[in-house]
Design a protein around this ligand. Structure first.
Ligand SMILES: Nc1ncnc2c1ncn2[C@@H]1O[C@H](COP(=O)(O)OP(=O)(O)OP(=O)(O)O)[C@@H](O)[C@H]1O
Ligand SMILES: [Mg+2]
Length: 243
């Protein structure tokens, strides 16, 4: 996408959030995400990356309360006023905690669940399972899978929904190199083919470096959107060796 193109799908203005009293996790953040952008999210552990994703998914303030100030819009609509079920139609999220999102009896049912919930065709589950190479796990219980297998089941369950905005919170922690490559290819394809907007938090510099031109960099006083090049040369604490 051209630098000059301005076609925001997410707009954040003066966003601040505290889970408790005045313990601000996010303070006065301002940034936009354009349609079709792939944005990396980086910063040290405990800085607020998952918290930001909870806000974009509507979990904050709908399920987790706290002090939320400023404005967050998705497709021009204020997230505070949208129902969580409406947000679910455009925002798909792969959560960091693997066990928090696996609850069905079988892998196939797990992937069909989201589709049925959004009144989509359950047979789309097969396609997603093929893409993530988990057809052979179809009848297994998700709870009994290895971490890497669980991660692929979760990716398939979100991918099947084909959301406009895809949020991935540390999606590759348990993936082996071939599956990491597959994830990279799949995300690139989704972005190019479906024009999916992708936000990906990862402490894996390789994945972020391969995928993203822009990175939202969290540090203790601010959140700033910087180009990959800038972060490579200036943020000495955050480099990747492959570039
Ligand atoms: N439900 C909650 N209630 C109170 N505080 C919370 C809650 N969830 C997270 N926090 C706190 O908010 C801060 C930011 O946490 P968050 O999970 O957003 O960090 P993160 O950047 O995603 O970290 P990591 O890289 O380890 O995943 C941390 O200090 C954490 O302890
Ligand atoms: Mg996190």
């Amino acid at each position: 996408m051209n630098e000059e193109d301005y076609n925001p799908i997410i707009e954040i203005e003066n966003l601040s959030f505290a889970y408790k009293s005045d313990n601000w996790i996010i303070k006065d953040a301002n940034f936009t995400v354009n349609k079709g952008e792939i944005l990396g999210i980086a910063g040290p552990s405990g800085i607020g990356k998952t918290t930001l994703f909870y806000i974009l998914k509507g979990i904050i303030p709908h399920s987790i309360r706290g002090k939320l100030e400023g404005s967050v819009t998705i497709n021009g609509l204020n997230i505070k006023k949208l129902k969580i079920s409406t947000i679910a139609r455009s925002v798909g999220m792969v959560f960091q905690n693997l066990n928090a999102q696996l609850f069905s009896n079988t892998v196939k049912e797990e992937i069909e669940f989201g589709l049925k919930n959004l009144k989509m065709d359950p047979s789309l589950a097969i396609q997603a399972m093929k893409k993530l190479k988990i057809e052979d796990l179809s009848d297994k219980s998700p709870m009994n899978l290895s971490a890497g297998q669980k991660q692929r089941v979760i990716l398939a369950s979100i991918m099947a929904l084909n959301p406009n905005i895809l949020i991935l919170d540390e999606p590759a922690v348990y993936l082996d190199p071939p599956n990491k490559m597959r994830l990279l290819r799949w995300l690139t394809e989704l972005n190019q083919g479906e024009k999916t907007t992708i936000l990906i938090a990862s402490n894996d510099p390789w994945l972020i470096g391969e995928l993203c031109d822009k990175i939202l960099f969290f540090n203790h006083n601010s959140i700033e959107k910087v180009s990959k090049k800038e972060i490579m040369y200036e943020k000495t604490s955050w480099r990747w060796s492959y570039l």
